[in-house]
Design a protein around this ligand. Structure first.
Ligand code: AP5
Ligand code: MG
Length: 217
């Protein structure tokens, strides 16, 4: 199984595509945005701290986001060697060790610092990111999609002003992460301007190739 990061601006279709891929390939889908919205809905201390920041469209502090990501990965992450003698506490922490499972991470990393943190977390789990899929969509289309979603999503950050701010922040802070992955040779950019199924077909082809190459190694 492979571990993937799905990358793109707000409205690019990260969540939509990640869900389709999770169903098709049995990936664990981890969305930092969804994890944060759950904390907000449950009014946990982390949620209470994150709420106003998310409503403004700013980035939540790494202490919160990294803690949520780390917890989600550990809950269902596979042990490097499922048959090794393992401390029962570790077994509980890692979930069912016999269930081989890839994961798809959506919404993280958003800064170069977060990309380095992700590498650190994966090293600790003796796993690696196999591919970063960046969905490329023109700005006007991003805004159009989020506007359309705003009517039904109930997301407090789907307002005109906040949408613009989220996209600006993406251009300033998140776009540089692409260079980080380009240099490491993990980046695949997919044209995401067409229909959902069209984009999905392109991503599936890429991932099948990544899995094929990995299996041959
Ligand atoms: P997050 O939830 O990650 O939001 P986002 O990145 O702004 O992206 P969206 O979820 O809006 O868009 P998406 O790319 O998932 O597109 P979707 O599939 O929904 O983050 C929210 C907030 O949490 C952040 O602002 C920040 O405050 C905080 N946060 C999260 N992660 C963080 C981190 N790592 N560090 C710090 N803070 C963090 O599609 C959008 C719409 O378009 C949908 O209606 C969909 O149906 C439609 N659509 C999708 N594809 C197509 C298509 N091909 N054609 C037509 N419509 C389409
Ligand atoms: Mg999303």
């Amino acid at each position: 199984m492979i571990n993937i990061v799905i990358f793109g601006a707000p409205g690019a279709g990260k969540g939509t595509q990640a869900q389709l891929l999770a169903e098709k390939f049995d990936f664990l889908h981890i969305s930092t945005g969804d994890l944060l919205r759950q904390e907000v809905a449950m009014q946990t201390p982390m949620g209470l701290r994150a709420k106003a920041i998310m409503n403004r469209g700013d980035l939540v502090g790494d202490d919160i986001v990294v803690a949520l990501l780390d917890r989600a990965l550990r809950q269902r992450s596979t042990l490097p060697n499922p048959d090794a003698a393992v401390d029962p506490w570790d077994r509980e922490l890692y979930g069912d060790p016999h269930r081989p499972e890839g994961c798809i991470i959506d919404g993280f990393p958003r800064t170069v610092q977060q990309a380095q943190t992700l590498e650190f977390i994966f090293n600790k789990l003796q796993r690696k990111i196999d591919c970063v899929v960046a969905i490329d969509v023109p700005h006007d289309e991003l805004v159009r999609r989020i506007h359309e979603r705003a009517a039904i999503s109930g997301r407090a950050d789907d307002t005109e002003e906040v949408i613009r701010h989220r996209i600006e922040l993406y251009d300033q802070q998140t776009q540089p992460v692409l260079d980080y992955y380009r240099v490491s040779g993990m980046l695949v950019t997919i044209d995401g301007s067409g229909e959902i199924a069209e984009t999905n077909g392109r991503i599936c082809k890429t991932l099948e190739l990544v899995m094929h190459l990995k299996a041959k190694r």
